[in-house]
Write a protein of this length. Sequence first.
Length: 112
Amino acid sequence: MILESLVIPRAEFEKRTGWELKDGIACKADLCVPLGIEIGETIDARVIAERLHLPLVHDDASNLFALGPEGGRRAITDVRAPALELDDWRGNIFHLASLRGKKVLLVAWASW
């Protein structure tokens, strides 16, 4: 769900995500999650994302937000790769971070 603002109409959130918000509870199919907040006609996407474990990311260049589907806390919410150190062909340590700002292609291979 692409957002221009973190304050969004409740009806739009429900329609686009499948979650039903009522009486401080969010329900989707057989799953209900207590939110611990009052639900009005508008909601704060940041708070809802935190309570429902929905990934929420912001793009500085476009000033847009993306609210993703529930991922069971497994969602990637940052576009930065983890610190990665590998031996090069000479046995020297190579830091992936040294390529920050450049396009990088990582190729993995396994013999099985």
